[in-house]
Design a protein around this ligand. Structure first.
Ligand SMILES: CSC[C@H]1O[C@H](OP(=O)(O)O)[C@H](O)[C@@H]1O
Length: 343
């Protein structure tokens, strides 16, 4: 059965306060399965195997993972080992290192006996802040959508999005989806073209789940249809999330984003990137310097489906999980501080 999901917090402290609960997103939309993480290793596995994913949510999950490590062993050596373990879980989303560094900053100056409590409190604050950041992105995005809709008040606004940058990629609300949720709730008529986003289909499986749950009109499309729709004037704006924006404004995001940006440029469709400050990486000069995760080829040759997975080819497969969209193709960056044309 295909379920629908109204937005909610996608990560929570366990009832005993000693762990973290996450949704196992590999099961969506067929099942809503909450999983308890009880150690840094649990968190590392959940991130690496994409039980939980999305740049800000990866950061929040790693933050709790490091807090759990400190509860087990608060020593400097254990902290360093768990930091390294979690940092290696996935290389591209800068939020992972950002969150781990915040936990170290909060805990390391304290006596060993006080470190775990401070780390859990900081992880809680990272989650609360992410929700507020995304709500602010949503408000600024809503203003932008109102301006766009004023150009075509007679019909809904058609927005195209890629992958999942929704509440399932963050602690709540999402980044690219926050303006969409707020527009829908404010009565601004919107329709979303949802890129399926091969090979893991985060769009078809997760974004569709989210939008259906919120009652937002949407249509799932193949990744290759976006350019055609833009050429036919059926896309008013593209809004995507990001895993890392470099100092020069280059945007690293799910594989296929760059091709959408090229099509948008060619068809004069505004291309917006929604991000909180935690996804901006001033220490990485350009997109060329961002580590691009290479995931297992099996994600290309096997397809997840209700009741299991089917193999679609016996061939080898390459699976770069992200690409880089040059800043020159970005119309604007939708941040918690507003819509800016450069970062
Ligand atoms: C709001 S960040 C969402 C970002 O993360 C996704 O990657 P993954 O599903 O592999 O974690 C994708 O790049 C989204 O744009």
């Amino acid at each position: 059965m295909i379920l629908e999901g109204i937005h909610q917090r996608s990560i929570k402290r366990t009832a005993d306060g000693a762990g973290a609960c996450i949704l196992d997103q590999r099961e969506l939309p067929w099942a809503v399965t909450w999983v308890e993480l009880r150690s840094a290793r649990d968190a590392e596995i959940a991130i690496r195997e994409m039980w939980t994913r999305g740049a800000p949510l990866i950061g929040a999950t790693a933050a709790y993972g490091l807090a759990m490590a400190l509860a087990e062993d608060g020593s400097d050596s254990a902290l360093a080992a768990s930091y390294a373990l979690l940092l290696e879980a996935r290389p591209t989303a800068v939020n992972l290192k950002w969150a781990l560094d915040k936990i170290v900053e909060a805990a390391r100056p304290l006596p060993v006996s006080d470190r775990a409590a401070a780390a859990f409190a900081r992880a809680d604050a990272i989650c609360d802040e992410d929700v507020a950041l995304n709500q602010a992105i949503g408000q600024h995005g809503l203003a932008m959508l109102r301006t766009l809709h004023a150009q075509h008040p007679e019909r809904p606004l058609n927005i195209l999005t890629h992958c999942n940058a929704g509440w399932l990629a963050t602690v709540d609300y999402g980044t690219a989806t926050a303006p969409i949720y707020l527009a829908h709730d404010a009565g601004l008529p919107v329709h979303v073209w949802v890129d399926e986003t091969r090979p893991r289909n985060q769009g078809a499986l997760l974004t569709a789940f989210e939008l259906a749950g919120h009652g937002v009109p949407h249509t799932v499309i193949t990744d290759n249809a976006g350019g055609h729709l833009m050429m036919r004037g059926q896309v008013d704006a593209v809004i995507v999330g990001t895993d890392r924006v470099a100092a020069n404004g280059d945007v690293c995001n799910k594989i296929g984003t760059y091709l959408k940006a090229l099509a948008a440029k060619d068809n004069a469709v505004p291309f917006y990137v929604a991000l909180p400050y935690t996804t901006f990486d001033p220490d990485t000069a350009t997109g060329a310097d961002v580590p691009i995760e290479e995931r297992p080829g099996e994600e290309v040759t096997w397809v997840a489906g209700e009741g299991g997975r089917i193999r679609v080819t016996a061939s080898d497969a390459a699976n770069p999980a992200f690409d880089v969209t040059p800043a020159r193709l970005v119309t604007g960056y939708l941040t918690e501080r507003g819509l800016v044309d450069r970062v």
